[in-house]
Design a protein around this ligand. Structure first.
Ligand SMILES: [Zn+2]
Ligand SMILES: [Zn+2]
Length: 335
């Protein structure tokens, strides 16, 4: 069992604990330890053999015990128990996903909106973990607090992107936007702007608790938009902290599949908003997916290797996840 596989076990434990507000701190500890493993990728077998698991960042005695069992048996009774408690028991139809074949994220932020790193730092971060592409998708203007991008700023951003691309030639930068889905389902930028971008992620951010029939109309309109490639964090849920949007998931996912609009599995531990159960429904209805960190800093790229368990639990095969496509195939799908 390598560090990434172990990180996924800790991450799933963190996710399940997060559903219970009383376990908030324990949940965060498991997610943080998973994140550290996904970033550092230590040799766990060697550390376990020398009884040094607790020297890992964020790994105290309790988490070390869980890790030791995972290393010795490949499983965790604690995780099994949590799954039973949450009525999400083991299934024998999980998919097999290999992070070594993962090619890159299509959803990330930079200092152009609310990211904490420059585009160059993000590109170098993607290069450091071996990605072949990175979608730079800052926010649209509606999100005023984060200095969203209008057409003029997108143009300025494209000039910077050309410079960054020249400095980091190994990672293909895709210019995109995370465009807001407005209350009526229209998008926060005109079609003629969206048309020029490599990737368009449409996300619901405000008025998530709209009444379900209005929310359904809103999401149906968004997935029918000709320039939308991906629906970002489709429910906006934050487990244990904020309920997500409620709508006719079946109708919206069906329409997304029909229009070849992918659904995002947001691997940020604070989100993980498309639950494995919902992702499974979307899979059965024919949807494709993206796995994304929604990274706001380079360290957050490691959310994907720790969050991949969601897609595995949902039984999603690699060929239904866009991030496993080579660049040429990805740009075909996005065009
Ligand atoms: Zn978002
Ligand atoms: Zn985002």
């Amino acid at each position: 069992m390598d560090a990434i596989a172990a990180a996924q076990v800790l991450s799933e434990i963190g996710y399940l604990l997060r559903q219970d507000p009383e376990e908030k701190f324990r949940a965060k500890a498991f997610s943080a330890a998973a994140w550290a493993l996904a970033i550092e990728r230590p040799d766990l077998a060697a550390l376990h053999a020398s009884n040094e698991l607790t020297t890992l960042e964020g790994v105290g005695a309790g988490i070390a015990k869980v890790l030791a069992e995972v290393l010795e048996t490949g499983g965790s009774r604690y995780l099994d128990r949590l799954r039973e408690q949450m009525k999400q028991p083991f299934r024998d139809d999980e998919s097999v996903l290999d992070f070594a074949q993962y090619k890159g994220d299509v959803h990330s932020h930079s200092k152009w909106s609310d990211g904490r790193a420059t585009m160059l730092e993000m590109a170098r971060g993607a290069e450091a973990i071996g990605y072949s592409y990175l979608g730079v998708t800052d926010h649209s203007p509606r999100i005023k607090v984060v200095n969203g991008l209008d057409a003029d700023r997108l143009l300025a951003q494209s000039r910077e992107m050309a410079e960054v691309q020249a400095q980091v030639p190994g990672v293909a930068l895709l210019q995109g936007i995370e465009v807001d889905i407005l209350e009526d389902g229209s998008l926060d930028l005109p079609d003629m702007v969206l048309e020029l971008l490599d990737v368009v992620i449409a996300s619901p951010h405000v008025k998530l608790r709209q009444e379900p029939s209005a929310m359904t109309e809103r999401m149906l309109r968004a997935v029918s938009h000709p320039h939308v490639d991906v629906i970002g964090h489709p429910t906006g849920r934050r487990p244990g902290a904020r309920e997500g949007a409620n709508y006719d998931f079946e109708a919206v996912f069906k329409e997304a599949a029909r229009n070849h609009v992918a659904l995002e599995i947001d691997c940020d531990p604070a989100r993980m908003d498309l639950s494995p159960e919902m992702a499974r429904l979307a899979l059965e209805l024919g949807c494709n997916f993206t796995l994304d960190a929604d990274a706001h800093a380079p360290a957050e790229f490691a959310y994907v290797p720790m969050g991949m368990w969601m897609a595995r639990r949902a039984g999603i095969p690699q060929d239904r996840i866009l991030n496993f496509l080579a660049l040429d195939d990805l740009t075909d799908v996005l065009s």
